[in-house]
Design a protein around this ligand. Structure first.
Ligand code: SAM
Length: 280
């Protein structure tokens, strides 16, 4: 490996301080303190590097030695001033808390975009999530925002951490391409006053069928409620429309990530003026 001389540290012990620091990133307290997070998998690490994310540590299993893609990622890490660790599978499993860990993981610096810099225009679509609690939901929503061509997500109030292992896993790499902003309810309400387009809230008691709205020709902010409580009155009050997805059967609501997906693809279909008859 080109990066070898003095630049790749070989680690076999779980009590190694570098390994301990990385394992501690499983806890939000340490992620916040270090402003860092873990991403698993060689493809994700390469995508992140390509998109300009700042890598602090690259960890790879011995089995990765001689793999040109791993060696290139290691060389890029060293060039960026990061550390490269060659570890046993046991160490990788302990870091990722998995029996069959990926061969490569990266520790990256967290990135939030300031809410003030979120200035939607044209037909930009942003999603705002009120107190999203479930890491799987948040990760799935970030992945769906990416897939639907929306611009980013605003986390309003006390939300689950977008940089937890579980959330990052559920994003399947989209954490690196979807900007994430966060705001208190007060800051969000202040920002909303200047929002130039349609604020579309979703609510089980929404008066409007989501298929009857024209989302085209303006920015859209899709506002989704908390898993347990739905949208609170203060957020519902600032929506231009409160939309309902009519349901069949006995379920009282859709899962938050599923409802977000339904809405995002309806907004996309509508904005692209896709006629279902002609799309067949
Ligand atoms: N018990 C909660 C309530 O009363 O609102 C259920 C919340 S639901 C699991 C989470 C969020 O998904 C809702 O706040 C809303 O944003 C969206 N949602 C789920 N099903 C929906 C539907 N049929 N119509 C509109 N929004 C829906």
């Amino acid at each position: 490996m080109n990066t070898r001389v003095g630049q790749v540290k070989e680690v076999t012990s779980l009590s190694n301080p570098l390994v301990k620091d990385i394992r501690a990133l499983a806890l939000k307290k340490f992620r916040d303190r270090e402003g860092a997070f873990i991403a698993e998998g060689l493809k994700l690490v390469i995508d992140a590097l390509d998109q300009g994310w700042s890598i602090r540590t690259l960890v790879f299993a011995k089995a990765g030695l001689g793999n040109p893609a791993v060696e290139k990622a290691a060389a890029r890490t060293v060039a960026a001033g990061g550390t490269v660790l060659e570890v046993t599978e046991k160490v990788l499993g302990a870091i990722t808390r998995r029996d069959n860990p990926q061969m490569v993981i990266g520790v990256f610096a967290q990135k939030f975009v300031p809410l003030a810099s979120v200035r939607p225009s044209g037909e930009d679509v942003w999603v705002a999530l009120d107190r999203v609690r479930d890491p799987g939901n948040l990760g799935t929503i970030i992945r769906t925002i990416d897939a639907a061509g929306a611009k980013g997500v605003i986390l309003v109030g006390d939300c689950t951490d977008p940089f937890s292992l579980e959330t990052v896993r559920a994003t399947m790499g989209s954490i690196f391409s979807v900007p994430v902003a966060r705001a208190s309810v007060e800051a969000f309400l202040g920002w909303r006053k200047d929002f130039p387009g349609l604020v579309a809230g979703t609510h089980l008691k929404g008066a409007v069928d989501y298929r009857s709205v024209d989302f085209s020709g303006r920015p859209v902010l899709l506002l989704m409620g908390n898993e347990q409580q739905g949208l609170p009155d203060d957020l519902a009050a600032v929506c231009g429309r409160l939309l309902r997805i009519p349901q069949a059967g006995r379920a009282d609501s859709l899962n938050l990530a599923v409802a977000t997906g339904v809405m995002l693809f309806e907004i996309r279909r509508n904005a692209l003026r896709i006629d279902p008859e002609q799309a067949k």
